[in-house]
Design a protein around this ligand. Structure first.
Ligand SMILES: *Cc1c(COP(=O)(O)O)cnc(C)c1O
Ligand SMILES: [Zn+2]
Length: 444
């Protein structure tokens, strides 16, 4: 089988700087990271050895994992994937994880349902086919189990002993659970004003939970300080110093959607944006599938979805800007409430390059969309799912998304975590247990 290097970005710019070690020497032979070859800078292409770093030493650009992917035998690769376990490890040949990863203690996330949403399609006038990729079915009920599973393997490979994160809510629970199962210490950081179920989930797995008085962006800044301090030695912050590995977990969403559609790509994907990592890596995954010959090459559009109360990327998209101006979040979609999204500029680039868009919806529209999805498809989404479904509706109504095309919308979290969003939802009637009372209530 021919092996060629596929980097996330241009390889031509990669000229190792004087003084930096040749990454290939370190990377080859290290089987801790499977097919991963190096870290590669998204901006300048410089390569670095696989290590717990996240910024380029040359230009401070974000680093991502580059691979020696198994090109040249798509049929064989497809068969190997299909014979794998019903979780993200079926894609281990395309992830920075060691062989036998499925047998190591972890939460085995992924392979969540792709639901054909005909009722919702009818309500929204979609005729080209509509699917919900429902990631509420993951072990801690959000898509975050995917990214944590990969970051956990990196933490193990680097000998880090404390798993940590700055979280908008779901990540804290995912880290706590994964660390508990793997026998690692965990200490996670959240903004103090989170939804109660997310606080409970962040604490129940027995790790340490620290609530910070401030926004997510304050929490994130604090965590960056911790990493630079001796206190943070041996700590793996899944979304900070392990961010390149963490991001790779999101690729599995792209792989699963394509495989569940019968190894082909949809026309449109509607993806929520917090930091923008998920959207960026879904695009990376789709490009890899095409490069590997696992799906036919065809155009696809990626649409980003934000809440109006935290819509810095949407605002930049609409204004035609390349730069994302930070905002102070104020929305019920707390899992997406990142005012200074690290991957914002890449999201803008992907939305524009693929012919998609970035759109936002109000809190009222989020709630209406949660109810619409529940009523039409029996899926109870958290506020982030209300954002994507609400944005889908808005994109169709404004003519930005063609309803005659096939669309996949992501639901990334479980409605039980954001019950307050649908407060006031309750019994149609409260009655004594008699037939007379039931008739009186007008329900007979
Ligand atoms: C974290 C999260 C996202 C996406 O986050 P990114 O930082 O953009 O990768 C989406 N939905 C939910 C529910 C989340 O918790
Ligand atoms: Zn660089």
């Amino acid at each position: 089988m021919a092996v060629q290097t596929v980097a996330g970005t241009t390889q031509s710019a990669a000229s190792p700087s004087p003084g930096s070690a040749d990454p290939h020497e370190d990377a080859t032979g290290d089987k801790s990271f499977g097919p991963a070859a190096a870290l590669s800078c998204r901006e300048c292409g410089t390569r670095f050895p696989l290590s717990p770093v996240f910024a380029c030493q040359e230009c401070f650009g974000p680093l991502e994992v580059a691979y020696d992917l198994p090109l040249g035998d798509p049929e064989g690769l497809r068969r190997r994937i299909e014979a794998g376990p019903a979780n993200i490890w079926r894609y281990a040949p395309l992830l920075p994880v060691p062989a036998g990863v499925a047998e190591r203690p972890n939460l085995n996330p992924g392979w969540t349902k792709l639901v054909r949403a005909d009722n919702l399609a009818r309500e929204l006038g979609v005729t080209g086919g509509l699917h919900i990729k429902d990631d509420s079915g993951n072990p801690t009920h959000s898509f975050k189990d995917r990214v944590v599973a990969i970051a956990l393997e990196a933490a193990r490979a680097f000998g880090l002993t404390t798993l940590s994160c700055s979280s908008t809510g779901n990540l804290a629970g995912a880290v706590g659970a994964a660390a508990a199962r793997a026998g690692l210490r965990s200490c996670v950081f959240i903004p103090a004003d989170l939804e109660a179920p997310k606080v409970v989930m962040a604490a129940v797995y027995g790790g340490e939970l620290v609530a910070i008085e401030g926004t997510y962006d304050d929490v994130n800044r604090f965590c960056s300080e911790l990493i630079g301090d001796p206190v943070g030695e041996g700590w793996g912050f899944v979304n900070v110093n392990l961010r390149p590995y963490y991001g790779e977990g999101s690729k599995t969403l792209a792989y699963e959607i394509a495989e569940q559609l019968g190894w082909r790509l949809p026309d449109n994907l509607v993806v929520p944006i917090a930091s923008g990592s998920q959207l960026t890596k879904i695009d990376k995954g789709l490009k890899e599938l095409i490069a590997l010959g696992l799906v036919a090459d065809k155009p696809y559009r990626i649409y980003g979805a934000q809440a109006e109360g935290c819509s810095p990327v949407s605002a930049a998209f609409k204004a035609g800007h390349d730069v994302v101006r930070p905002v102070k979040p104020d929305t019920i979609a707390k899992s997406l409430a990142i005012g200074n999204p690290a991957d914002g500029p890449y999201v803008l680039d992907i939305a524009r390059r693929t012919g998609g868009a970035v759109e936002d919806v109000t809190d009222e529209q989020i709630v209406a969309a949660i109810r619409l999805l529940a009523r039409t498809e029996g899926i109870f989404a958290e506020t982030a799912g209300g954002v994507t479904v609400g944005v889908l509706r808005k994109l169709i109504e404004s003519g930005q998304l063609d309803p005659a095309e096939e669309t996949v919308v992501l639901n990334t979290g479980d409605g039980l975590k954001t019950l307050d969003a649908v407060a006031g939802t309750g019994p149609t009637a409260t009655i004594r247990p008699t037939l007379a009372a039931f008739r009186e209530a007008g329900l007979a």
